[in-house]
Design a protein around this ligand. Structure first.
Ligand code: GLY
Length: 352
């Protein structure tokens, strides 16, 4: 078992990472939920796999427990679904002393967090992330959001959970494509901050990946903790977490979030930007080849799809790392060392 604490000026909370933690989820939750009402938000896929067991466990809490089971998929992270969630919370009589639990991947975590942040101007919530992407990234650091038709995560807030409970064993029921999706974020951490993690990933026998997962998740959460503690509101070093995301988000969007998963877009984005920055002499030679090798090993794509320049530039325009005319690109000096490179938006074309 690994325990980390996120320590921020206005909030501290634990992250507990333990294989098979789900078997005792009621014990972990009971430290927070003492007779309050609880609403679990989850999706249909997870409900089919874990719903019965979760209900049995939560019946042990001395609380009224309600469930909101949403459709799986990115479309759920919308204002219209959010409005339905608010209505359900009101119909259950949820007040400020009650809890929401996000039991799911990034979509459920972000939506639940934003509902918690805004319902009655804020009620407490707990993250139980079940996808690799959510375990290593989206459940930690307080970013909550819903999407607009114009782009992902354009409406949101910083609002932290009371605790994050992570069971890496739950990843064994993930579809291989969604395990790969999360591995893109794991590889990202190695690229921007941790040469040792990158090398571990290079050397692991992929058939043993699950045996290493608890440690991998811990290493990623630990990097995220230090970055979030240094720059909670995303004005500086937190932008490093967006390595590969400028073009990654654009690719996802151009293909209507259907053809590429987030991790696949990020994989293409990480490789592409590093190849470009290498050509410009900003990155150590051979870095993009190593990234390509590692992405391939974990079944992630690197080839940039055919997109006309204008569509790509339009899709990059609402990037949240832009400030006025300037765009902050995340580049690598070498593996394990990311940096922010600020360019004029008009020069984006040079990185395509
Ligand atoms: N997922 C990027 C961040 O938390 O800042």
């Amino acid at each position: 078992m690994y325990t980390l604490n996120i320590n921020l000026p206005d909030k501290s909370y634990p992250i507990i990472i333990e294989k098979d933690l789900f078997n005792s989820i009621d014990t972990f939750l009971s430290q927070y939920i003492k007779g309050n009402k609880v609403v679990v938000l989850t999706d249909e896929n997870l409900s089919n796999i874990y719903g019965k067991k979760l209900q049995n466990k939560l019946n042990n809490l001395n609380s009224e427990v309600y469930y909101i089971v949403l459709k799986a998929g990115e479309e759920t992270k919308s204002l219209s679904v959010l409005e339905k969630v608010y209505s359900e919370l009101l119909s259950f009589g949820i007040t400020k002393s009650d809890y929401l639990i996000a039991f799911g991947g990034g979509v459920i975590g972000d939506l639940t967090g934003f509902a918690a942040a805004t319902y009655l101007r804020g009620i407490p919530f707990i993250q139980v992330p079940t996808s690799l992407l959510a375990q290593v990234d989206s459940s930690i650091g307080g970013k909550t959001a819903v999407n607009l038709p114009q782009g992902k995560n354009l409406i949101g807030s910083f609002y932290h959970p009371e605790a994050v409970f992570i069971d890496p064993q739950m990843l064994s029921t993930l579809h291989p494509r969604y395990l790969a999706d999360g591995m893109a974020e794991v590889i990202k951490y190695g690229c921007i901050k941790d040469t040792e993690l990158f090398e571990i990933l290079e050397n692991i026998d992929i058939t043993d990946l699950m045996q290493h997962m608890e440690k991998i998740v811990y290493k990623c959460c630990n990097i995220k903790k230090s970055i979030v503690e240094e720059d909670e509101k995303d004005d500086g070093s937190r932008m490093l977490l967006n390595f590969g995301h400028t073009f990654g988000h654009a690719i996802e969007k151009i293909f209507c979030y259907e053809k590429y998963t987030h991790g696949e877009g990020v994989a293409i984005g990480m490789h592409h930007i590093t190849k470009k920055s290498e050509e410009m002499g900003l990155t150590e030679i051979n870095t993009s080849e190593r990234i390509k090798g590692l992405l391939g090993k974990y079944n992630l794509p690197v080839s940039f799809p055919h997109i006309d320049e204008k569509s790509l530039l339009d899709a990059v325009a609402p990037d949240k790392k832009s400030r006025g005319r300037m765009l902050n690109l995340i580049l690598l000096k070498k593996i394990g060392s990311g940096f922010i490179h600020t360019i004029d938006k008009n020069d984006t074309i040079n990185y395509i």
